[in-house]
Design a protein around this ligand. Structure first.
Ligand code: ADP
Length: 552
């Protein structure tokens, strides 16, 4: 180190111990994970307790652009904004004290600054209270009396310079050594703080990246989990996203749809898409419900579409069953009101006649009217019963017994009851196999089914040639009701078991009915563990066969 001062004294052991103590304290205080700016402040506070000073200037030197930049300025008790001081280019020729420290890597001590600065051609700067740097000779006699300048080193390279100034007294050599030690601590602390800050910044960036990834992942999971089908079509109509619900609703697997035009999977897509308004620019999307045919399935789908940077996002919901329910509801209302009207009109007419023209009626006429009322009231009760039963079946709210029942006996009594109930009973050929075992089922419900089949046979099959057979085969008891009527078209043979379905109801001579009888019958038989099927050659009559499991 070069010595420009006079008060240099030899350090004794005690002094060295004191210096070590201060440095240790400094190391502890500076290494507390502070912000770089706070390290300088702490450094200045610490310095103030051990080396008196009026000014402190910390500069960094950057090899890359060869500039010396002010990092921290403290003057006469005030912190000065370092950005107000312009960076200085390094002067390798030896001009400028900061440059000299950086180039030589040595500390300097000045105990007669004005004189020494004059000798050095005014290249020493003084700090004004307003933070400006001023060449001392230009400003006349300088306030600064003594100063020391120490390099900040990192792994042997000078990365900065720290300058300490005082208006009074002089600095001693021991103070320079202490100052060097503190500057080294400060340099290390700043580096650590910067590293720490950089690490936190990286950690924060990493955390943010992780959060974005998690959010994406979550969004993808949400897309997979939502009940609505979602797909994305790019500008050329190619499917870029097809979520799980879309697969479930349409039955089209992602693998079959993705990266292809949607038209390939949904032939009507071009026309359909024209009916779906695409919301853009934050406008509210409007849902439209459209019939969509996908691989021979007819669906009602409610679509909304939103424009996005990647293309158009479509979300859709399956309303097919709701539609069916709607249709069923309107079927119910239409059928029931139609079916109720006829018997009610008849009852009303007969009752009115009885009431207002009683005196004019002979006993036979009166009886006829009462018979009308009884028959139509029974029909009303029957319709009501059918509707209630259907709703119980829909709600799965019907108790079905699984008793051991004598089917032959049930069929026999039902046929007899039928014959007594009708004024003009048809001839029914009854053929009951001798050794028919007992079946498992619900006695009353079996009777109800047989009655319904007989009613239908009479209603649709005509009064002649009715046959009822009861037999056992392959572990089941079979009841077959055959008529010689017009039979049932092949296309209708399954449909007649649907709720409300009636073949040819528009025909004027079509008998009254709700279309619920066969639906109820099949549901009841199925719930007893059996089957109800029809076989018919149109024009040749029809056979309805109930099969029930044999009782164990
Ligand atoms: P409904 O008799 O009240 O119309 P069903 O469910 O009992 O209701 O019958 C449904 C339809 O099946 C009838 O409307 C009729 O078209 C047809 N059908 C039922 N039984 C016969 C039959 N034995 N011969 C011809 N058609 C029948």
């Amino acid at each position: 180190m070069q010595d420009y001062g006079q008060n240099v004294s030899e350090g004794d052991l005690e002094r060295k111990a004191r210096v070590a103590e201060i440095l240790l304290a400094a190391a502890r205080q500076l290494a507390e994970g502070l912000e770089p700016e706070r390290v300088y402040e702490r450094f200045q506070e610490l310095l103030a307790t051990v080396i008196p000073h009026d000014g402190l200037l910390v500069s960094s030197y950057d090899e890359v652009d060869d500039l010396i930049r002010c990092e921290y300025v403290w003057n006469e008790g005030n912190k000065v904004d370092p950005s107000t001081l312009p960076p200085l280019p390094l002067n390798r020729a030896g001009g400028g004290m900061q440059s000299r420290v950086i180039v030589s890597g040595e500390s300097f001590l000045f105990n007669d600054v004005p004189r020494q600065v004059r000798e050095r051609e005014g290249e020493f700067y003084n700090l004004d209270p307003d933070g400006t740097l001023r060449k001392i000779p230009d400003a006349g006699p300088a306030a600064t009396k003594a100063a020391m300048m120490v390099p900040v080193k990192h792994e042997g390279t000078v990365v900065g310079v720290v300058q300490l100034m005082t208006d009074q007294g002089e600095y001693a050599q021991e103070q320079v050594e202490l100052f060097e030690g503190l500057v080294a601590q400060m340099g290390a602390a700043v580096r650590n703080a910067r590293l720490q800050k950089e690490r936190s910044r990286l950690e924060a960036a990493e955390e943010a990246a992780r959060a974005v990834a998690a959010e994406r992942e979550q969004a993808a999971q949400v897309l997979e989990a939502v009940g609505d089908g979602i797909f994305l079509l790019d500008r050329s109509g190619v499917v870029r996203l097809w979520n799980r619900a879309a697969e479930l609703i349409t039955g089209l697997r992602g693998a079959a749809v993705l990266e292809r035009e949607l038209r390939a999977a949904i032939p009507d897509w071009t026309e359909l898409s024209q009916r779906i308004p695409v919301a853009s620019g934050g406008a509210r999307a409007v849902a439209v419900t459209l019939p969509v045919r996908i691989a021979s399935r007819d669906l009602w789908l409610s679509f909304i579409a939103v424009d996005s940077a990647a293309g158009v996002i479509y979300a859709f919901r399956d309303l097919t069953s709701e539609r069916r329910l709607e249709e069923e509801k309107s079927d119910l209302v239409a059928t029931i009101s139609h079916e109720l009207r006829t018997p009610m009109t008849a009852v009303y007419g007969a009752a009115t006649t009885l009431l207002h023209r009683e005196g004019a009626l002979d006993p036979q006429q009166r009886r006829q009217l009462l018979e009308v009322i009884e028959a139509e009231a029974r029909r009303l009760a029957h319709i009501t019963e059918e509707v209630l039963l259907t709703s119980q079946l829909d709600r799965d709210d019907l108790r079905i017994a699984h008793d051991t029942v004598d089917v032959a006996e049930i069929v026999r009594t039902t046929v007899e009851a039928m014959a007594t109930r009708l004024s003009d009973p048809p001839l029914i050929e009854l053929d009951i196999q001798a050794d028919v075992g007992a079946a498992s089922g619900d006695r009353d419900r079996i009777q109800q089914v047989v009655l319904n089949l007989l009613d239908n046979a009479v209603k649709y099959g005509g009064a002649t040639g009715l046959a009822v057979r009861v037999g056992a085969e392959n572990g089941v008891v079979c009841i077959a009701v055959t008529d010689r009527g017009p039979g049932i078209e092949l296309a209708d043979q399954e449909r007649i078991f649907e709720k409300f379905y009636r073949a040819d109801p528009q025909l004027a001579q079509a008998p009254a009915g709700t279309g619920l009888g066969l639906y109820i019958s099949r549901e009841l038989v199925t719930r007893m563990g059996g089957t109800l099927r029809v076989s018919s050659d149109p024009g040749e009559g029809a056979t309805f066969a109930v099969r029930l499991p044999l009782a164990d």
